[in-house]
Structure formats: structure tokens, C-alpha cells
Ligand binder design. Structure first.
Ligand code: GLN
Length: 488
């Protein structure tokens, strides 16, 4: 096995036993990025010099015995909408192409405190708006399983980097599925935590009432390790929860006996690609055989989740993106005639098509004539959707289903049909609407050998049960062991 194929826990072992040094491992990963990334285009910025310096520093602390976190010395990548001090944070937008944050996001600080080594900043859809990483201003990331296909999005760079071994793990952000869907397209593990569990301080806002940061990893164990490091209260985020979080590695238990699992029939109907449906039904069988009680349930409100999400998300986005006026941040139009021309041209030249479409739609649904008809109605729908999920959780410990109705599609195939792309978020957005936690784990392959993700949704702040179910599934199947060949 090559070094990039190792998990966090395996590398921690090698580092602890002095079988490899942190600078050696970091150099290996940087060389791998150097040789592979021209093909996959996962990174927007590679922080080579800083990574090597950090590696030396961390090794010294390990040697001194002042650092013994399981993440110490493990090289990772961060989505480019999470602020890193002194390192460009572009949101894959021309608007922020020259933005260098003066501070680290809370999660970045936490990872540094644990001795993590940052390899660079990962590609994404512009301002996290999209599902394929095709709306990036800079480059189109390729799916490591088939480089003619998208890696999913918006955290496509993060998922592709983890799947291809260009990072041992990565952070992404999930507003409507952007961690889970790319994880499912690239065959890795991706967790969207409960809203409020992980601080959003330093995450560039898209839709603030949905956004959450979470890990993308090779295994459920690694996911628990990263979650342990980034979860917890932060006074800089007013929506950050104050409750003590458990040690998530304690949930790595291979046992689902007696667990009650709901399978919504709306999640496995004809709209779902057949091999995905088969893989999910196989997962149901795996859980049943292991002693869980799986039952079909119904969440009739599903037909409203996509419009509800897009109305609220775009309303919040139009507000959040109003700050990019050419004055305070980022791109500035040249030779303006006057103030209005300056502001208008900075925005029209700095933002890409998808972002502009969303700002227009968001402004429209918030305008006085349409507020009641769209925005207010969507807020009411949000309450009903949340209630329906909470009602299901009175009876079931977890809900399972697909992550996406399709596997990875071809680059360019859907980019000109935004509504079709929006509709494919149907199984991921309800989780954000209701503020719930959910994970995507590998559960099969389609007829073209592309990965399929299983989604496990839990109760608010019950990441523990999700991790336990995901870990049990992983221990009893082999899907997570497969790696893309990349013709190496
Ligand atoms: N695809 C969804 C959207 O475009 C989700 C994006 C995300 O989670 N950041 O809004």
C-alpha cells in the first residue's frame, strides 16, 4: 500500500512508531499533488512552503511530547471558502481572487492546534453554489473514477482530493448537500454535522441558516477523529451550540442490533437511478441481517423540499453577497465613471453566471411584492418539513436512503439546465432545512463502476448514532476499500 492510501489512524500509527516523519509524509503528498493535480485539478492554491514549515514544527512538537493528537502531522486540504490567514481564500470566484484573510476560521485554528498540516485550498463551485464544481471561476475538477465526469459539488475539490489521495482528509461545507453529494460521487465518507455543532466563524457565508462545515475522509473512523477536532462551542458564532459534545470515537461500535431504521418510500421511488435503488435496498438488507429493524416510512412533504430550499437559500445568498461591492472586498472594476458604475460593474464582472442568477432570484423573492408569496411561504414550509422529520425520529433512530438520484455525470452534461441540477438535490436539502446531521458512505457501484453513496440521517446532535450505523455498515462491507485506478 502506498502512503496516500493510508487512513488518518494508520498514518498516526506510523508517525508514532517513528516509521515515517511528518516532513517525509508531507513531501510525499506535495509530490503526489505535483504529479497528479494537472490531471484532476483539485487545488486552487498549494501551500508548499508553509506545509513544509508546519511539518517541521509539528515533528518537533511530537518529538518533545507536547503534541499527541491523532491528527498530528497528517496532511489535509481545506475548501477554498474557509478562511486561512495569509493564504488566498477565493471561493472559486473572480470576485475574491485576490482576497487574503487576516484571520483563520475557527475550524482551521482547531486543526492547527491538533497539529494538522495544510497542503492547500481546494476547488469548489463559485461561492459554494452548485453541485458539480463546474461553476468555479478557475478550473473544473475531474472525478478520479472517470476524469470525463464531475466530482459533484460544491466541495468537489475536497472529495476528489481525498478519493485520489491528494489529501489524507479534507474539510468541505454543506449548505444543501455539498459535502455528502461529492462524497457519494467520489466514493468517500462525508459528514454534514448538526447545524450549530461546528462553528461557522471564518466560513464565507452562502446561506447562513443552512451552512455547516464538515469532514471528508476515507473511513468512518477518520470522520469521527476529524469531527472530534472541529466540533464544539465558539463564542464568535452566535449559532454555535453550547452543549458538550461526546468523544465520537466512542461511537465506533460494530453493532446495530435493535436499531430502528426508517426508509422513506419517497427516497427509493422511480426517480432514482436503478442501480442506486438496488444499492440502497442492499444496505437495508445488510442492516436487517445485522439485527436492525428496518421499516418503510413516508415523508409526503418531499415534493416541496427543493423549492423551499432554493427560495430560502437564494434569499439569504442575495443578502450575504451584497457585501461584495468593490469597496470592501475583492475585485474592483477599472476606470469607473461614477460610484454606481463602479459598484455595478465590479459585481457584474466579478461574479459568474450561476451566482448572478441566484442573487437575482434571491432579491426577487425578498422584494416587497413577492415576499409573502415566496419567502414567507417557504419559511412556513420549512417549519412543516422540520416537523415531519422530527416526527419520524420519534419512532426511528436513523433514516436511510440515497444521497443523490444519480451517480457522477459527464462534465458539461447538466450545466445548461439549472433547474434539473437543483432537482437533484432532493435527498440532501431536507437535512439542511431541518438542521439535522447526515453522512454519506460508500455503498456500491453502478454499471459503469462509479461509486454510490448511502445517506444516513440522524436526530439533531445525535452524530453518535449515525457514526455507529455507518461504522457497522463499513465493517460488514468492502465498498470503502475500493480506490480509483487513475492509470497509475
Ligand atoms: N447544490 C446545492 C446548491 O447549489 C447545495 C450547495 C451547497 O451545499 N453548498 O445550493
Amino acid at each position: 500500500m502506498k502512503l496516500h492510501e493510508y487512513t488518518i489512524s494508520q498514518l498516526h500509527d506510523l508517525i508514532s512508531k517513528r516509521e515515517i516523519s511528518v516532513p517525509e509524509l508531507t513531501r510525499y503528498m506535495l509530490d503526489r499533488i505535483e504529479s497528479l493535480d494537472s490531471k484532476l485539478e483539485c487545488y486552487i492554491t498549494v501551500t508548499e512552503k508553509q506545509a513544509m514549515e508546519q511539518a517541521e514544527k509539528v515533528q518537533k512538537m511530537i518529538d518533545d511530547g507536547t503534541l499527541n493528537s491523532p491528527l498530528a502531522g497528517i496532511p489535509m486540504g481545506i475548501k477554498d471558502n474557509i478562511c486561512t490567514r495569509g493564504i488566498p481564500t477565493t471561493c472559486a470566484s473572480k470576485m475574491l481572487s485576490n482576497f487574503v484573510p487576516p484571520y483563520d476560521a475557527h475550524v482551521v485554528k482547531k486543526l492547527y492546534d491538533n497539529g494538522a498540516v495544510l497542503l492547500g485550498k481546494l476547488n469548489m463551485d463559485e461561492f459554494a453554489m452548485g453541485s458539480s464544481t463546474e461553476s468555479s471561476h478557475f478550473k473544473k475538477t475531474k472525478n478520479p473514477w472517470d476524469t470525463e465526469r464531475v466530482p459533484g459539488g460544491s466541495s468537489g475539490g475536497s472529495a476528489a482530493a481525498v478519493a485520489a489521495g491528494e489529501a489524507i482528509y479534507a474539510l468541505g461545507s454543506d449548505t444543501g448537500g455539498s459535502i455528502r453529494q461529492p462524497a457519494s460521487f467520489c466514493g468517500c465518507v462525508g459528514l454534514k454535522p448538526t447545524y450549530g455543532l461546528v462553528s461557522r466563524f471564518g466560513l464565507v457565508a452562502y446561506a447562513s441558516s443552512f451552512d455547516q462545515i464538515g469532514p471528508l475522509t476515507k473511513t468512518v473512523t477518520d470522520c469521527a477523529l476529524v469531527l472530534n477536532a472541529i466540533a464544539g462551542h465558539d463564542p464568535m458564532d452566535l449559532t454555535s451550540s453550547r452543549r458538550q459534545h461526546p468523544d465520537y470515537t466512542k461511537a465506533l461500535i460494530n453493532d446495530v442490533k435493535g436499531m430502528k431504521i426508517g426508509v422513506p418510500r419517497e427516497f427509493i421511488d422511480d426517480s432514482v437511478q436503478k442501480d442506486i435503488r438496488d444499492a440502497v435496498l442492499n444496505a437495508v438488507k445488510v442492516f436487517s441481517d445485522l439485527g436492525a429493524r428496518c421499516e418503510e416510512i413516508s415523508i409526503p412533504i418531499m415534493e416541496y423540499v427543493v423549492p423551499t430550499y432554493y427560495i430560502i437559500a437564494l434569499a439569504e445568498a442575495s443578502f450575504n453577497l451584497a457585501r461584495y461591492d468593490g469597496v470592501k472586498f475583492g475585485y474592483r472594476a477599472a476606470n469607473p465613471k461614477d460610484m454606481l458604475d463602479f459598484c455595478m460593474r465590479s459585481r457584474s464582472e466579478g461574479f459568474g453566471t450561476e451566482v448572478k442568477r441566484r442573487i437575482l432570484l434571491g432579491t426577487y423573492v425578498l422584494s416587497s411584492g413577492y415576499y409573502d408569496a415566496y419567502y414567507k411561504k417557504a419559511l412556513k414550509a420549512r417549519t412543516i418539513i422540520t416537523r415531519e422529520f422530527n416526527k419520524a425520529f420519534e419512532e426511528y433512530d436513523i433514516i436511510i436512503g440515497p444521497v443523490s438520484p444519480t451517480t457522477a455525470y459527464r462534465i458539461g452534461e447538466k450545466i445548461n439546465d439549472p433547474v434539473q441540477m437543483y432537482m437533484e438535490d432532493i435527498f440532501t436539502v431536507p437535512v439542511n432545512i431541518a438542521g439535522l446531521p447526515a453522512i454519506s458512505i460508500p455503498c456500491g457501484f453502478d454499471s459503469k463502476s462509479l461509486p454510490i453513496g448511502l445517506q444516513i440521517i440522524g436526530k439533531r446532535f445525535d452524530e453518535t448514532t449515525i457514526i455507529r450505523a455507518a461504522y457497522t455498515f463499513e465493517q460488514n462491507t468492502d465498498f470503502h476499500k475500493a480506490r480509483p485506478s487513475l492509470n497509475e
